[in-house]
Every structure is written in structure tokens, then in C-alpha cells.
Write a protein of this length. Structure first.
Length: 198
């Protein structure tokens, strides 16, 4: 069933290039893990490390995520990990001439929303965990959820159960969020373990 995903990602890249959102086909990183899993985790967009490896969440934020999943008894192989935006959000730093990360624009969010929802319709997970503001907005574009209000909750949505968490990079920049992130993460792990029958 999920060979469809490869065709889907090919069409997605073509559209993003036509829209001029990314002209570098090497900067695209697609979902990874068990395509049949009942559990999907969605990040924002790949960074330089992810582009190099061709796998989401392998850099510093990925280490945070992977360590916590492992501590909770969940492996990356049991779930599917993808990003709302599948190309690196980058721009040229005029001072160095090198690429640096840039924030997602409203256009990135708008263009990726439909594709993210279609990706979830192909995978049909029982629970979706979003990491940060961007995947939540892409997945539920009509909602006006604020992370401060909904983090850690189980939301009943037209995409099924969605648990929004802060992005694992946010605790690198804002240490005060660590406890909140850890508590949300522990509760999410309990839900995921029930769904995976562990
Ligand atoms: N941050 C994300 O949101 N996704 C990645 O793949 C890596 C870092």
C-alpha cells in the first residue's frame, strides 16, 4: 500500500520546486521509520545534518528526541517520523555567503499543509504527535491553537488524535521549558505505548 508514499513524495517535490519554495532537490528529506505505524511524529523541517543524512531528526534536536524516546522504551523503527516541510528552510547569509536556516514563512505553511494532510491520509496513524508550532499549523490550518494553551493535550481533530508538543530544539534555546517538555513527553509516551500495545 505504501509504495504510494514514494510517488507522493516525488509529486510533492515537483510542486515545491514549481512554487519556487526550494530549487535544490538534494535538500529534501522525507519521512522515515515504519510506514505502517499507528504513531507518527511530525517535526518542522530538516536542517543541514538531516539533509546530509537524508533522515529527519539526526542533529542536536534529534538527539534530544531520540534520547527521550529511548528512555521511554520506544524506538524510531516502531514509529514514523516526518517533517511538515520536507525541504531545508535556508537562505544565503550575506556575511559569509553560506547557507543558514530561516524561519518558515506563511507561504511555506500554506503550500505544505495540503501535502502533510495527504501524507497522513496515506499512513492513517491512530495518533499524531506534532513538535512545535509549524507542524500543528500545517496539519490543522483552520485552527488557531496556541502552543502555550494546547501543549501535551490529546486533541480530537479531523485528522484523528493529535498531541502537540513543544519542539525539542526549543529546550536547547529555552531551558525553562525543559520540565514542561519532559512532562508532556512522558504523558505522550504512555499514550504511544498503549497504542503500540507495549
Ligand atoms: N528539526 C525538525 O523539526 N526536523 C528535523 O528533521 C530536524 C530538526
Amino acid at each position: 500500500m505504501n509504495n504510494k508514499l514514494a510517488d507522493f513524495y516525488r509529486e510533492y517535490m515537483e510542486e515545491m520546486q514549481i512554487l519556487g519554495l526550494s530549487d535544490d532537490s538534494d535538500s529534501f528529506v522525507y519521512g522515515h521509520g515504519d510506514k505502517e505505524s499507528s504513531v507518527v511524529l511530525i517535526g518542522e523541517a530538516p536542517g543541514a545534518e538531516e539533509v546530509k543524512a537524508g533522515v529527519p531528526f539526526v542533529g542536536a534536536a534529534g538527539k534530544n528526541l531520540n534520547d527521550r524516546l529511548e528512555a521511554g522504551g520506544i524506538t524510531r523503527q516502531e514509529i514514523f517520523v516526518t517533517n511538515a516541510i520536507k525541504y531545508r528552510l535556508s537562505e544565503v547569509n550575506p556575511k559569509t555567503g553560506k547557507l543558514r536556516n530561516r524561519p518558515a514563512t506563511a507561504q511555506d505553511v500554506r503550500a505544505n499543509s495540503r501535502w502533510l494532510r495527504m501524507e497522513m491520509e496515506l499512513i492513517k496513524p491512530k495518533v499524531i504527535i506534532t513538535l512545535g508550532r509549524v507542524p500543528l499549523k500545517c496539519l490543522l490550518p483552520e485552527s488557531n491553537y496556541q502552543m502555550g494553551d494546547v501543549h501535551g493535550q490529546k486533541l480530537d481533530t479531523d485528522m484523528g488524535v493529535v498531541i502537540p508538543l513543544y519542539h525539542p530544539a526549543s529546550i536547547i534555546y529555552n531551558r525553562e521549558l525543559t520540565q514542561v517538555f519532559d512532562d508532556d513527553f512522558d504523558n505522550m509516551i504512555k499514550v504511544v505505548k498503549t497504542i503500540l500495545g507495549k
